[in-house]
Design a protein. Structure first.
Length: 247
């Protein structure tokens, strides 16, 4: 499937795990962030599902940033900031029904980014940097036009070009498949915070420019620090991590 494709297939009927996740999600959305919804066993019993099925439901809820889990006395399952879609920092990707798959793909993509940065530090040629600069120019034009969708798609193409530098065919293929999945299920970009979206994408363009600058200087410390700042993953299972960063 090409990166410009949008998945229009009818979603499959929800599984038992998805139905249970939907029931707990409704509780979370009706509660203030930080509200204790109950223990794992209490909520499992309310949903009338097996332990294994509820564990899968809990994984879906955590991937969507709807609940956190706190161990120990007084612990349990707590509501997080309600969100019907995967939040990526101050911008939000409007997704189709595969939002959990996208959350997983973003987490894996972020884990692979440092490997690709390391490869680019060693293997990028002047021709590679010319391509990266050209894509940064496309991103800059999207910023000037305040076109968030064009910016995000140009951003993905920049990352694909960084991945193309790697001599590791398996790594390149895996990374590009993740980008394909993310883009195929993205329907648009919506404002998701107090910061104006135009201002936000301008800052993101500057960050990506700084990453390319660090690569061209062969400044490993700066490049790895910047890619950590770039990370977009949703909260990890167990809760407590900050709201994810941008595309």
């Amino acid at each position: 499937m090409s990166r410009s494709a949008v998945n229009t297939a009818r979603p499959a009927a929800p599984s038992r795990a998805e139905q249970a996740a939907g029931r707990v999600a409704a509780l979370a959305r009706d509660s203030e962030p930080g509200t204790r919804l109950g223990t794992k066993e209490e909520l499992r019993a309310q949903c009338a599902v097996s332990v294994g099925t509820f564990n899968e439901s809990l994984r879906l809820l955590q991937a969507r940033g709807l609940v956190t889990v706190r161990p120990g006395p007084g612990g349990g399952i707590f509501s997080s900031e309600p969100s019907p879609m995967v939040r990526l920092g101050n911008s939000v990707l409007a997704l189709d029904a595969r939002e959990t798959d996208v959350a997983e793909a973003v987490r894996i993509r972020d884990a692979l980014d440092p490997l690709l940065i390391e490869d680019a530090l060693w293997h990028a040629s002047p021709a590679d940097f010319a391509l990266l600069r050209g894509q940064l120019d496309v991103m800059a034009r999207a910023v000037a036009a305040a076109d968030a969708v064009a910016f995000v798609r140009a951003n993905w193409r920049l990352h694909a070009q960084i991945a193309a530098i790697s001599p590791n065919a398996l790594l390149r293929s895996l990374y590009n498949n993740l980008l394909d999945l993310i883009e195929a299920h993205t329907l648009g970009v919506l404002p998701g915070g107090e910061q104006p979206l135009g201002e936000y994408i301008a800052q993101r363009h500057e960050l990506h420019r700084d990453i390319v600058d660090a690569l061209e200087r062969r400044d490993r410390d700066a490049a790895l620090r910047l890619i950590r700042e770039h990370h977009t993953s949703p909260p990890t299972p167990g809760g407590g991590s900050p709201r994810p960063d941008s595309p």
